[in-house]
Design a protein around this ligand. Sequence first.
Ligand code: TRP
Length: 354
Amino acid sequence: MNEFKKVVFSGVQPTGNLHLGNYLGAIRKFVALQEGNDCIYCVVDMHALTAQLVHEDMPNQIRSIAAAFIASGIDPEKHIVFNQSAVPQHAELAWIFNCVARIGWMNRMTQFKDKAGKDREQASLGLYAYPSLMAADILVYRGTHVPVGDDQKQHLELARDIAMKFNLDYAEHIRKTDYGIDITVGNEPVHAYFPMVEPLIDGPAPRVMSLRDGTKKMSKSDPSDLSRINLMDDEEAISKKIRKAKTDPDGLPSEVDGLKGRPEADNLVGIYAALADRSKADVLAEFGGQQFSVFKPALVDLAVNVLSPITAEMRRLMSDTSHIDATLRNGSERARARAEVTMKQVRDIVGFLY
Ligand code: TRP
C-alpha cells in the first residue's frame, strides 16, 4: 500500500490585475499553507483562454501572477510555482477526464451557465470543458487539498466525481499495478488511483466586497477602478480609494451585531480585521463609537503598511523579467517531472502503449 500524502494545489488565472480580494481570499492562504505542506501553485494560463482567446499582454500577465505569489511570501524553491501551459501533462490528463466526465455533470455547472450567458451555442467548447481541465490540474499531482473561494466548490465536487469514476472504471487495472492507494469514500474503504480532493474554503479569508457597493464582490471586471484596491496600486491610490469608499452616515458600532444591514461598514471593518489578523469584534472594541473620518485614515495606514512591501517586491520582480522567467522555468521543470510520473501510470492503467 502506498502512503497517502497530502499535496496542496491551487491555480490563479492570469486575467486582469490582482486585487485585495485575491490577496486576502486566496494568495494569503497559499502562503500560510506552505508550513509543513508540499504546495504547488499554478498560473492557469490555459484556463485564461476560456475567458478570452486573444490576450494583449499574456506573457506579462503570467509573470505578474507569479510575481504576486513570490512577493506575498510563497517560496518557489521549497514549493512549486509555474505556469500551466508549460506542463502539457495537464492537457493530456484533461483529455482522459473529458472521456470520464458525463455531459449531464457538465450541464450542471453554474459557472458555465453564468459565463456562457444566453447564447450558449456561441460559448467555446473550452469554457464547457473548463472544470475537467481544472480536475486534471489538481489530480495530475494526485493533489489532495485545494484552497479556493467558495465559487469553486462545485468544480471541486466535479473533480471528486471524475476521480471516483476513474477509480471505479479502472479498478481492475489499478489493482494489477502497485500504484494504488487505499482511501475511504464515505465510510467505505476503496482501492483507488486518484485521491479525493478536499476543498479548503474556510479560514480567516473574508469575502472582500466592492468599495463602491458593499453588496457586490470586489472584482477585476468592475468598470470602476475605485471599487477595488489593486496589488500594484501605490500609496496615493490606496489612500484615495479608501477615503472615497462608500459608507453610511453613522459611526462604527461597538459590536459585530451592529454591522448588520450596513454592508459597506461591514466590508471596511472586515478588510481591517483581515489585514491586521484580528477579529472584527476586536477591531470594533477599538474603533466602536468612532466616525469613519477616524477609521478610514487608520485603514489607509494599515493597508499601506501591509501592501506596500508586496507591491514594491512585485515591481522589483517585474522590472527584470529574466529572473521571474527563470523561476517559472525551474518550477515548470519540477512540475513536469512530477506530472510525468502520474501520466506514465495513468497511460499504463488506461492501456495506452508508449
Ligand atoms: N477555476 C479557478 C478559479 O477561477 C482557477 C483554477 C484552475 C484552479 N485550475 C485550478 C483553482 C485548480 C484550484 C485548482 O479560481
